[in-house]
Design a protein around this ligand. Structure first.
Ligand SMILES: [Zn+2]
Length: 267
């Protein structure tokens, strides 16, 4: 039996990408940029898939993280693809049947100095899980870890790769650019970026097959997550169970169950 890989994708960590994708805009300049970025993303996702299958994967499920970014008709024919909106949970269909998770096109967390397009779900939001600052990569690693699935490969800028290694020291990373500021990077060519990703994916699947990359398990009970917003939140007065607003811009979530906590925080 080959390895079953969950390939999660975002956009901001792709080589060639250093501007925000304004998904609500239909201005021609924004539409043109989105088309360019989508094609660059597909090159990296197909390279990750190629590496995974070469390394021993028998199934790769591609899950679109950044809405409307995956071009279905350009995807490697071996991929299965979850695309669309309205998932009932973040990271749909992720469960213990997967042998490893990839995060391609990932970006560093809010506030990381000089990281390209750094944010955590939304711009300016800071997350702290069980006393440790995390971003989207950390949230994905922790949720996967709760299913005993290791995050085995990540790609993005140098700051994202450092964030990944701090979370999962044994992870394989593909650095496709060097962040020089929020909207600036020194990029590899798309060809070199794709080769970095293909090789990291191949090594990751091979090493995961030998049990060399453990799941991320730093979060320990009692589970809590603090979220700080850059502006006042309208819903700040509503305290539901396991949710306590400390100010109009800061909320604490708590739960006995890690997956329950992450569901509360990500939705
Ligand atoms: Zn993101």
């Amino acid at each position: 039996m080959g390895m079953n890989i969950y390939l999660y994708s975002d956009l901001e960590g792709v080589a060639g990408v250093n501007q925000w994708d304004d998904r609500s805009s239909d201005r021609p300049v924004d539409v043109r940029r989105r088309r360019r970025y989508q094609r660059l993303l597909m090159g990296e996702l197909n390279s990750a898939a190629a590496g995974a299958f070469a390394g021993g994967a028998s199934r790769v499920l591609l899950v679109t993280g950044h809405s409307d970014s995956v071009l279905y008709e350009l995807a490697d024919e071996r991929l299965e693809i979850i695309n669309g909106s309205g998932y009932s949970t973040w990271l749909p269909e992720l469960d213990g049947s997967f042998d490893g998770m990839f995060f391609v096109g990932a970006h560093a967390m809010t506030g990381t100095p000089d990281a390209t397009l750094a944010h955590s779900f939304s711009r300016g939001i800071h997350w702290n899980l069980c006393g440790r600052p995390i971003g989207e990569l950390g949230a994905a690693a922790v949720i996967a870890g709760a299913h005993r699935v290791p995050l085995i490969m990540a790609s993005g800028d140098d700051k994202l790769c450092a964030e990944a290694r701090a979370l999962v020291p044994k992870i394989e990373t593909a650095q496709v650019k060097v962040g020089l500021g929020l909207n600036c990077a020194r990029h590899l060519s798309k060809e070199r970026a794709r080769e970095e990703i293909r090789m990291a994916a191949l090594r990751a699947v091979e090493r995961a097959g030998k049990g060399q990359i453990p799941p991320c398990t730093f979060a320990v009970p009692p589970y809590s997550c603090n979220v700080r917003f850059p502006v006042d939140q309208a819903q700040a007065s509503e305290n539901k169970s396991g949710q306590e607003w400390l100010s109009p811009r800061e909320v604490n979530f708590s739960s006995e169950d890690l997956l329950d906590l992450m569901r509360k925080v990500t939705y």
